[in-house]
Design a protein around this ligand. Structure first.
Ligand code: TRP
Length: 331
């Protein structure tokens, strides 16, 4: 029996961080052995916010790919592809756009939140409609499972609606994909105020050097009620403790107890955490080296992955056009 498929990906808008890791990357690395995995570098989607400076995207396409390879996505078994190089995805987006209502898109909570964050009022068609293009990303390879961060749930719901509508109107071409969210879908940022994110400057990046990790962790916000080292702490409100829960599960009960009893100070607790994070990142740093020495390897991986994915997309589009009675004659 053939394996089920995964399709997932990211917008190339900069370096990936620990929030991406626990929200989704970790699942992808684990599941690539059990599923036929496709990972899309969604450069067209990056244009929703970068339309005025598209020249920035090329570097980020390679950065995101390097991050994938560093966390352990294995290009021998997983296919990494560039969205804009598969025109069938754009074609499928147009067909899907006929069966999505503007109201569905306008009520998408992630779109609303992002529009507010960017200060967009009069949304572009492409921004409002990117969940439709994301549905085409997911379905060109007939994906069954989509490992993503929690913010992506509305988009997967939208994809499922489109798939149901398509299958019912024309012919059952697509499986209904399911979202899979990581254990820690909303990792707190170092500021302890909002989710870890590049734009808020509160992130630890997967390619941060060890010293940078130590420095960032030492500046992380802890329980404000703890002024002296032996004051009793409240782990439930402490960002550093939240990171112990995400990255240092074995030690978490001891740390909670010691903190509550005022037996471990924040400085020691942070030192321990920095070490734990650095030992997670160390193998990633090592995996990155060959690509830093030879960046052309990254393009080779993307070329091969995109070619393979394109063949899959071409086959799917034949089925889509036949199902829609758009297969008049060969040219
Ligand atoms: N919207 C996703 C993000 O912002 C990126 C993405 C594009 C994606 N296409 C996808 C995720 C398909 C999963 C499946 O990170």
């Amino acid at each position: 029996m053939s394996k089920k498929r995964i399709l997932t990906g990211d917008r190339p808008t900069g370096r990936l961080h620990l929030g991406h890791y626990v929200g989704s990357l970790k699942n992808r690395v684990k599941l690539q052995h059990d599923y036929e995995t496709y990972i899309i570098v969604a450069d067209v989607q990056a244009l929703t916010t970068n339309f005025a400076n598209p020249e920035k995207i090329a570097g980020d396409v390679r950065q995101v790919t390097a991050d994938y390879l560093a966390v352990g996505i294995n290009p021998e078994i997983s296919t990494i592809l560039v969205q804009s190089m598969i025109p069938e995805i754009a074609e499928l987006t147009v067909y899907f756009s006929m069966i999505v209502t503007v109201n569905q898109l306008r009520h998408n909570p992630t779109i609303k939140l992002e529009a507010a964050q960017y200060g967009y009022q009069d949304l572009t068609y492409g921004f409002l409609g990117y969940p439709v293009s994301q549905a085409a990303d997911i379905t060109f390879c007939k994906a069954d499972l989509v490992p993503v961060g929690g913010d992506q749930i509305p988009h997967i719901e939208q994809t499922r609606k489109i798939v149901r509508r398509f299958n019912q109107l024309y012919r059952p071409v697509f499986p209904e994909p399911e979202a899979l969210v990581g254990e820690f879908p909303r990792l707190m940022g170092l500021d302890g105020k909002s989710k870890m994110s590049k734009s808020l400057n509160n992130a630890i990046y997967l390619d941060d050097p060890a010293e940078e990790v130590k420095k960032k962790v030492s500046q992380a916000v802890t329980d404000p009620a703890r002024i002296r080292k032996d004051d009793p702490g409240h782990p439930e409100v402490c960002t550093v403790f939240a990171y112990h829960q995400a990255f240092n599960q074995e030690e978490t009960p001891e740390i909670a107890e010691a903190c509550r009893a005022g037996k471990i100070g924040c400085v020691a607790c942070k030192k321990n955490l920095a070490q734990v994070i650095n030992s997670l990142l160390e193998p990633m740093r090592e995996r990155r080296v060959p690509y830093q020495n030879n960046p052309a390897l990254i393009d080779d991986i993307l070329r091969e992955g995109t070619r393979k994915a394109r063949n899959v997309a071409i086959e799917t589009m034949k089925e889509v056009k036949a199902a829609m009675h758009l297969d008049y004659f060969p040219i």
